[in-house]
Design a protein around this ligand. Structure first.
Ligand code: GSH
Length: 141
């Protein structure tokens, strides 16, 4: 059964690969698993067929036969557990790698996203200049 992941039909970065499906592509390619990509439009994200795959109507998703997963962290974790090449064999080293997976998603990604949103979505607001240092500070702690 071929693994199928979803990605944006028209990604906001103009197809440069900066959406979160990159994480799955990277993990799958590292372990040498073939996969197909189903491209979805923004409209299709909200339709029942996609909602069955992702409760928050987002990409990426992962399908492998009967198994459907969402959340990049969970998907990469699943791939890393089942296929050699991503996790170290040593139990403690593996536990440290898992710590870093959680850190990436819950400590590193949120302030980066905040900063990107502050620049891209709120940069033209009159209060943006004052708000930006607060968000930048979160990245330094
Ligand atoms: N925590 C989720 C975030 C998924 C996410 O934010 N996906 C974005 C694209 S990178 C998306 O589908 N945005 C469209 C939307 O939310 O309407 C994960 O890591 O999988």
């Amino acid at each position: 059964m071929t693994i199928i992941i979803t990605a944006f039909e028209r990604s906001p970065d103009g197809g440069k690969g900066l959406a979160r499906d990159t994480r799955l592509r990277w993990a799958l390619e590292e372990v040498g698993l073939p996969y197909e990509v189903r491209l979805v439009s923004f409209r299709a994200l909200k339709e029942p067929a996609h909602l069955r795959l992702h409760p928050f109507c987002q990409i990426p998703t992962y399908e492998d036969g009967d198994l459907v997963l969402f959340e990049t962290g969970a998907i990469v974790f699943h791939v890393a557990q089942r296929h050699a090449g991503l996790f170290p064999d040593d139990a403690n080293a593996r536990a440290r790698a898992i710590s870093w997976m959680f850190a990436a998603l819950s400590s590193v990604e949120p302030p980066i996203l905040e900063l990107a949103n502050a620049r891209l979505l709120e940069g033209d607001k009159p209060w943006a200049k004052h708000r930006l240092p607060c968000r930048a500070h979160a990245l330094q702690t």
